[in-house]
Write a protein that binds this ligand. Sequence first.
Ligand SMILES: [Zn+2]
Length: 333
Amino acid sequence: MAVYAAHLTRTLQGTPTVFQVTAQEALGATVKPALRKVAEYLAAVYPNKCGWCVRWYDEVFLLFDSCLQYYYLKHYAASFSESFYDLIRVPTSSSNEFSSGQQLPVYLERASLALLVLLPYLKDKLEAVVERWREDDEDGRLGKSTQDCLRRAATRVYMVAQSAWYCWRLVQLARYMRGRSAAHSPALCALGLALRPAPPREPSEHTWGDLVTSVATGDISSAAECLPLLGGAMLRAVEYGAFGVQFLRWWEAAAAPQQALPVPPPPKRDERSVRFRNKCPVCLQSWKIPTVLPVSGYIFCYSCISKHLRSHSACPLTRLPAAETDLVRLYLD
Ligand SMILES: [Zn+2]
């Protein structure tokens, strides 16, 4: 162990490059969308048996991620993606940080787990709610009630907070690059942790040759002793699998650059639409057979709009040219 500890002291002195720390973050961000694809595929093939995987994906992933990150924090003092890039978390302030080898203090282990797992889950949930309110606001579905005003304000506050968070991350990374900060991210900084190169993993006492020999000779107890070897191989397979998925995502984005373009803002809202909420702009009654005119987005009774188009060949409100064949039936109820 003394030899091992001496080794630690020597190797932990280096600081990971900015490429290593950002690459591990990118790898960590790949796992959730990659597994969502698997869940979506299963739900499409077996809608009755696996449909719940997509409905409850955030919660299922929370459980999976908790187990995965807990395992890596416990055994390697690093998150899944940090471990892949051979990094470990070490306390920045404590002087006896290596006394317990690769083990983080329990409170830091729990805090790391919460920031790695719980925080992204809550952020995703909050983001979904805010996105819904933002869309409602843009589509004019938010009124003048106190509740709606609060929603509108919350959306703005969230966007400002998000921008501030990104700026803070950039500043922290810049400080890290200049050697002013030991941690590259605000989360690690708050925990008083920093990433350092991990010491080489201790070689297993058993080899694949031992396992094959034990299985061939039918020595079950010896074969069982080699099981950690299989476990380690499976974990490496998961790590390289995640790395492969990250590469494929990059490949896909590079091959189809138009998909990486930002979504343009929605078309401007027609001010007149407020007057015709939930009624046909022609007869000003509730719709009978609601039908949308795609060129303007207004919804009419089928008979009102088809009669109008036959004589005018244009939208009654926007005057944009349209024909009866453009009409689309809506199924609102
Ligand atoms: Zn009508």
